[in-house]
Design a protein around this ligand. Structure first.
Ligand SMILES: [Ca+2]
Length: 141
């Protein structure tokens, strides 16, 4: 009676409310901001930046969380050279892509920020006006 059958030791390296992914911590925001404001908010959270998704595995991880959430900003833009998307995290061009159908479409020539959202059943990427206010994903190395 009353024996202890197991003790779960929570040993996450991430702050409260952040989720651990490999060597990084991810925060899914509870507020909606423009891309620039979102980036500023991530910076306020220590050494965080808008999240980069460099691999299909990481995208899968984010997808599983986003199935129940709204669309979010990710940390890439093509505002310097149209169509040349770069991660804020590294400054490097994207080598992995996960565009949704007919994306990116650069509507009105003014969609230069990366969002992740649901296209019917699929979670994928689109471009959006950087001034739009969306939830966002911060990443802390
Ligand atoms: Ca664009």
């Amino acid at each position: 009676m009353g024996s202890i059958v197991g003790i779960a030791v929570v040993n996450s390296v991430c702050p409260e409310d952040w989720v651990e992914y490999q060597d990084t911590c991810l925060l899914f925001s509870k507020d909606a901001q423009s891309w620039d404001a979102a980036e500023g908010h991530c910076r306020l959270f220590g050494k965080a930046y808008l999240a980069a998704v460099e691999t299909a595995e990481k995208m899968k991880f984010i997808e599983n969380i986003l199935r129940v959430l709204h669309l979010h900003w990710l940390g890439a833009r093509d505002f310097i050279i149209e169509g040349s998307w770069r991660w804020l995290k590294t400054g490097f061009g994207l080598t992995y892509f996960n565009w949704g159908p007919n994306e990116p479409d650069d509507i009105n020539g003014s969609q230069n920020c990366l969002k992740v959202l649901a296209f019917n059943e699929t979670i994928a990427w689109g471009d959006a006006s950087c001034r739009d206010r969306h939830y966002y994903i911060c990443e802390q190395a």
